[in-house]
Design a protein around this ligand. Structure first.
Ligand code: WTA
Length: 656
């Protein structure tokens, strides 16, 4: 981390927004002053941009920390805010979704059409016995029905749990079980890299007997037909979307629900083997998702074409594909496939075709485009772009500069936005028409947001120093808990700085001489691979679940392309070694992790070792393994029980 700090210290380039951009920007500098003057009144004003069936009179209730309640006596309907109100305001003919499938098929869906689809789907859900508070699992590709499904669940006050289509049947099952979902909405498959990637079979497997009997809470599976691959069918349980949704009534009144009604659960990796179901509620979440999309992405709904490339399986897809842009009545691009299919210029072709004005994507994507070369984007007309955003991991200054000059034509502001599944919406970012940006820094907390960088004791580190990022005051879109596990919620985020009442984010950060924030990556056992959060423990437990493995240690090693990469060290069982040929075991274990968790978790490297480095108390010293994995001189080994272990491991790794 120290070499990274030194590197960043030398970054002195500054980019002010053009006068033209600043003059037309949604956000102006006075937002900061307004928020300072009265933080709660500031958020109340943002909340009033939404439609409230019953206006709130309370703003923040923080009498029982860390359990916050925002706008708690108000009532609203989240889907009404994203759909009906735009139609009622005369914007029904505005395009909501410019959808493009990977094979090149397209659909343009207006706000009126999307509202109609959501109303019908809401009626179908009702007929299937789904009511307020029930959980619905969504396992879909990036197709318009995915958005419609989320909004239909929200419309009836139920709770969705979207599960990324790249997760395996096992991951799907544990998430469905944890939430006790009554319904799964899926598709036969989706298109990825020119092929059909089946989804329904994984749902069938997930609901079947995985060793502890069949899944018990799911009553129905609603299936969108997308790829026409053959699927098995369970009569009475399975229903085709195209049969039931169009046949349902298009009359559906959006009823009001309390502001604190749960909206969704989204599972994310923590530092233990079990994913956490992060719980978000309605009024505060929608307020901050919509506000940040307006001011950070500078949304002008009548003229912009917004494109956030995230999958709805991640929080970025929730807040900046579904809820933020639709609450603001924006027009957006929705793309089903991968960036390189059928050709490596696919994204830039879409930017040109749809005249995208604002692009929001991840550093890992930018770095992979950099590697392919500027010739590819330069074949397309990208002049419609006027603002670029980055999210998911620290963006290195080189990638930032490339993004600005090659994609942004040397003119677009870049907003590097820091936030988390837990924060629900952007927390730290430049305001594009206000801030003079610095390549590599996320810079300042948004108006109404209070963060600090502190030492282990919770003391402000001061400019020029590094420490831990904390959030010092409750914010509207903050997580309300971990589904079914309030203790873990308190323990994970609030215990560390209990006496101060700070939220501990798990990120290292540094304040520069201007007091701007530079993020330095996670400080816990969470890895960030291509902007996806993975837990070292979760992968370790998958590895030891294999019959060959006695012990496993996983570390995140820095990787030029993906930010971090999964590197595993495994000790094999004696009994296994005696009875098996270990030829090919490395590939078997890599594949095994892919099957257990999902392809994103597949280790880049697996090293078979005879022992793991441990302290005398038996704690695995991952720091040393990280040194080896990154090809560095191994650090201090004096606390190791057996100092020989590291040299044996190192010889293994270098031999490869
Ligand atoms: C990292 C994604 C640096 C960080 C929205 C955080 C970032 C984790 C940035 C959350 C950024 C996200 N600069 N680091 N702009 N954005 N991160 O929950 O480590 O998938 O804690 O939410 O990603 O990942 P999550």
């Amino acid at each position: 981390m120290s070499s990274q700090i030194d590197h960043l210290l030398n970054e002195t380039r500054r980019f002010a927004p053009s006068a033209e951009f600043a003059a037309n920007a949604v956000a102006t500098a006075d937002l900061y002053a307004d928020a300072v003057e009265d933080r709660e009144a500031f958020w109340a004003a943002q909340a009033r941009e939404l439609h409230w069936h019953t206006p709130f009179t309370e703003i923040l209730d923080w009498t029982n920390p860390p359990f916050a309640r925002w706008f708690a006596d108000g009532e609203l309907n989240v889907a009404y805010n994203c759909l009906d109100r735009h139609v009622e305001a005369g914007n029904g003919e505005r395009i909501a979704l410019l959808w493009e499938g990977e094979p090149g098929d397209e659909r343009r869906i207006t706000y009126a059409e999307l509202t109609d689809e959501v109303k019908r789907t809401a009626n179908v859900l009702k007929e299937l016995g789904i009511g307020a508070g029930d959980r619905v699992a969504i396992y879909l590709p990036m197709i318009p029905e995915a958005i419609a499904a989320m909004l239909a669940v929200a419309r009836i006050g139920a709770i969705h749990s979207v599960i990324f289509g790249g997760f395996s049947a096992d991951s799907l099952r544990s998430r469905i079980d944890d939430a006790g979902a009554k319904l799964v909405i899926t598709a036969d498959g989706g298109y990825r890299k020119g092929r059909v990637s089946p989804l329904k079979p994984a749902v069938d497997q997930a609901l079947g007997d995985r060793g502890e009997g069949p899944q018990e809470t799911v009553e129905h599976v609603l299936v969108v037909r997308r790829t026409d691959n053959e699927v098995t069918w369970r009569e009475g349980r399975d229903l085709w979307w195209h049969e039931v949704v169009p046949a349902a009534s298009a009359e559906h009144e959006a009823l009001p629900f309390p502001a604190e009604n749960p909206l969704f659960i989204l599972y994310t990796s923590g530092t233990t083997g079990k994913p956490k179901g992060i719980l978000h509620t309605s009024g505060g979440y929608l307020t901050q998702a919509a506000f940040t999309n307006r001011v950070v992405h500078d949304i002008h709904p009548e003229s912009d074409v917004f494109w956030c490339t995230a999958d709805i399986g991640w929080i970025t897809g929730h807040s900046y594909v579904t809820y933020g842009p639709l609450a603001n009545g924006a027009t957006q691009v929705l793309y089903e496939g991968t960036p390189d299919s059928p050709h490596p210029g696919r994204w830039w072709e879409l930017v040109e075709k749809y005249g995208v004005t604002i692009l929001y994507t991840a550093p890992t994507a930018i770095r992979s485009f950099m590697k392919l070369g500027r010739e590819i984007p330069q074949r397309f007309d990208l002049s419609s772009l006027r603002l670029l955003g980055s999210v998911g991991e620290p963006i290195n200054p080189e990638a930032w500069m490339w993004y600005r000059s090659i994609i942004g034509g040397e003119k677009t502001p870049i907003v590097d936005t820091w936030w988390q599944t837990e924060t629900g919406a952007i927390m730290v970012s430049a305001l594009p028409g206000v801030t003079e940006t610095k390549p590599g820094s996320a810079q300042v907390p948004l108006p109404g947001i209070a963060v600090d960088v502190v030492d282990d004791a919770g003391n402000h580190v001061g400019n020029g120093n590094g420490g831990l990022l904390v959030i010092t005051k409750p914010w509207p879109s903050m997580l309300r808990g971990i589904w079914g596990d309030p203790e873990r919620f308190v323990e994970t985020y609030w215990e560390k700085f209990q006496d101060r009442g700070f939220y501990f984010a798990g990120d290292g950060a540094r304040l520069d001489d201007d007091g701007d924030v530079w993020f330095l990556g996670r400080v816990d056992d969470v890895m960030n691979v291509s902007g996806h959060r993975l837990s070292t423990t979760e992968i370790e437990s998958a590895l030891v679940g294999n019959e060959a493995v006695a012990e496993a240690a996983v570390v995140g090693a820095s990787d030029e392309m993906t930010g971090q990469a999964v590197v595993a060290f495994c000790v094999l069982k004696e009994s296994f070694l005696k009875s098996h040929d270990v030829e090919g075991i490395v590939d078997i274990l890599r594949r095994w992790v892919g099957e257990q968790i999902g392809p994103i978790a597949r280790p880049r490297d697996v090293y078979i070792v005879t022992e793991l480095p441990k302290t005398r108390s038996g704690k695995i010293m991952r720091r040393l393994l990280r040194d080896v994995a990154e090809g560095r001189e191994v650090g201090d080994t004096t606390t190791l029980a057996d100092t020989m272990v590291m040299s044996t491991i190192q010889s293994k790794v270098t031999k490869k």
